[in-house]
Design a protein around this ligand. Sequence first.
Ligand SMILES: [Zn+2]
Length: 316
Amino acid sequence: MKNCNRMNIEDLELSVPMKELYNEVSPLINKIEIVYTENDLSYSGVGARAIKLPNRDWEIELRKDEPFMEYVLSHELLHILLDTKGYPNVSKIDISKKRWKIAQLLTNTILHKIIIKKQLKRGFEIEDARKEMLRDVADNWPTIRVLGDYGSFRDLVTLVSFMIEAEDYLDRYIGRIKENNLFLYEHAERIYKEIYDEPYDSPYSTRKRLVRVFKAFDDLLKDNNLPQWKLFEKLSVVYIPSTWELQLSVSQVFDDATNQNNDLFFYAKSDGQLSFAFEIKDVESYKEVEIEINKRRNMTVEGLFNESNTEYVTHN
Ligand SMILES: [Zn+2]
């Protein structure tokens, strides 16, 4: 990557609300670099993405000549803010690359509802970008009549994502979207309703919503006679404990399972969601594996977070 394509965010000229947002984010991170790219980022919803690097460094990939800079940059900065505040993200465990991309899109879509609300509240100029995106969706949506391949799932989740971005503009465009593609719209609406059903804004309630959407996605596959993806078992989403749960033993809060590679998985009893995954190293016999498993089952929940070096927030 050439140097001229990379710069520190502080070297950009930032609007007043952007400066306020950046000042809120900056104590929580080490640095943010802006990287201009010609890569196709359209799958990411807004055409940009924030990438978390080690040591609290972040990179924001932006298109060159981005026409909606304020919209896109505030969107990515808010992703970073949510991440540092313990909002859920997914870790890939045992899933194909394509399904992983769909799962990430779903996760981001759930976060986008919060991001849009914050953008509006903080006074970012985002109206033009949203209108343009919606017009594009309403006019140019591909016709999908059957779900099954990667493209159809990507279009499905992208449509949900646009419906979330549309917020109060949705009514204006919904007629045309339905007219152009009723099949996809009806499926997208099922996921959309799971997200819009009732408000959520804390890391805890957002995680709950994510697990529900993973399950709704499986229901949708089932109704189309497709095999279920079981995203809630194949992806790990860090558990958000109550304060009082921290001192409970791991086996009170989680069910566990192992696979042939001696990977150890902990599923939250409350919702079945995979919450931690460990690789048990340097063991030679089944007995040694058992010892390692029991050691973790008897730890406190707080101990498990510490052992896995996982940052966490609590609720209540
Ligand atoms: Zn996003």
